[in-house]
Design a protein around this ligand. Structure first.
Ligand code: PMP
Length: 360
């Protein structure tokens, strides 16, 4: 069996240890005689799985008691609608436009109310995070929305906007659990699982309790109310049970490695290997303003589309998968999530050096 180095932006590499454990437990989970896939979500065994997953996540992120943790479905994209449906009391929200996913949240928000784009980096193809100093937060805004890590463009909010008494909502799909987070700064955090924490099909929502109310926009379906899921411990209906089980294993893996401080250190070390090379290379160059670089998604180009394509093809041939940049940007992108081993990044840089020597 040969595993490749998978640089996919998502679904993405998971810890090999987690996959092996899941494989071992596939036919008989913990003496139950069945797979977690076959198990009632109301069973004792599953109650323990979801309970432990929540407990471990709370511990990892230091989530205060006045926040609920929800395991939902519909992907991160469904949150683009659930957030306004549940939080847009005045039908106004302020958004910072930093990429494709931020734009999708804006378009979806517009179905429900007025969206003010209070800052944007669209003028330079989203290669930076806008200046957050003199933001004009709207008096009537129900919340301020950011996409914390921009998967496609490879930028990240290293600082947060000062939103005063306004609720901050963040899409953390592509940097969830990559470093410590001060949850108290947010009203709501959501993340699709399929990058840093598990298989597609699970979306994690961390929401302050006072924001969970029955006062949602008229017509909001039962399944799209946070209250429905909060009141039922994410078991209102059948949850994405197997996915939650894998997320739980990833949480334990992160804990074992030392928690989020350790993850941050590890991720900084990995990213530095790649960024340092990009900064010194005569052929490759990073596309993002240095101070706004993501630790998770690293886009780069040669400046020549044909050479980019050649690089992606040759890299694939020797076991570096999914290095092609997003279809809207071109070039290359290496996603180096928590589970990408440092050996993968080192090997990629060695390969890039060789390619540079042959093609510069
Ligand atoms: N937000 C971000 C930051 C993403 O990277 C993605 C997916 N790549 C999404 C939202 C959409 O996620 P999903 O496919 O789970 O709806």
């Amino acid at each position: 069996m040969a595993r490749v180095f998978n640089f996919s932006a998502g679904p993405a590499v998971l810890p090999e240890e987690v996959l092996r454990e899941a494989a071992e437990e596939m036919l008989d989970y913990n003496g139950t005689g069945m797979s977690v896939m076959e198990m009632s979500h109301r069973s004792k065994a599953f109650e323990q799985i979801i309970g432990d997953a929540e407990k471990d996540l709370r511990e990892l992120m230091n989530i205060p008691d006045n926040y609920k943790v929800l395991f939902l479905q519909g992907g991160a994209s469904q949150q683009f609608a659930m957030v306004p449906m549940n939080l847009m009391k005045n039908r106004v929200a302020d958004h910072i436009k930093t990429g494709q996913w931020a734009k999708k949240a804006i378009s979806e928000g517009k179905i429900y109310g007025k969206i003010n784009v209070i800052a944007s980096s669209e003028d330079k193809t989203f290669t930076y995070i806008p200046d957050l100093k003199n933001l004009k937060i709207s008096e009537d805004a129900d919340y301020v929305y950011i996409c914390h890590n921009n998967t496609i463009y490879g930028t990240k909010f290293h600082e947060l906007p000062d939103t005063g008494d306004k609720i901050l909502v963040a899409d953390m799909s592509s940097d969830f659990l990559s470093e410590p987070v001060d949850v108290t700064k947010y009203g709501l955090i959501f993340a699709g699982a399929q990058k840093n924490v598990g298989p597609a099909g699970v979306v994690i929502v961390i929401i302050r309790e006072d924001l969970i109310t029955e006062e949602v926009l008229p017509g909001t379906p039962t399944m799209l109310k946070y209250k429905t899921h909060a009141d039922n411990g994410s078991l209102y209906n059948t949850p994405p049970a197997y996915g939650i089980y894998i997320c739980g294993k990833v949480f334990k893996w992160v804990k074992k490695l030392g928690g989020l401080e350790a993850m941050k250190k590890r991720n900084e070390e990995k990213a530095a290997i790649l960024y340092d090379f990009l900064d010194s290379s005569k052929l490759f160059k990073g596309t993002v303003v240095k101070k706004d670089r993501s630790l998770m998604n690293v886009p780069f180009v040669t400046g020549n589309e044909e050479l980019d394509a050649k690089f992606v093809k040759e890299a694939k041939a020797v076991g570096f998968e999914n290095l092609k940049g997003h279809r809207t940007v071109g070039g290359m992108r290496a996603s180096i999530y928590n589970a990408m081993p440092i050996e993968g990044v080192k090997a990629l840089v060695e390969f890039m050096k060789k390619f540079e020597a042959e093609n510069a």
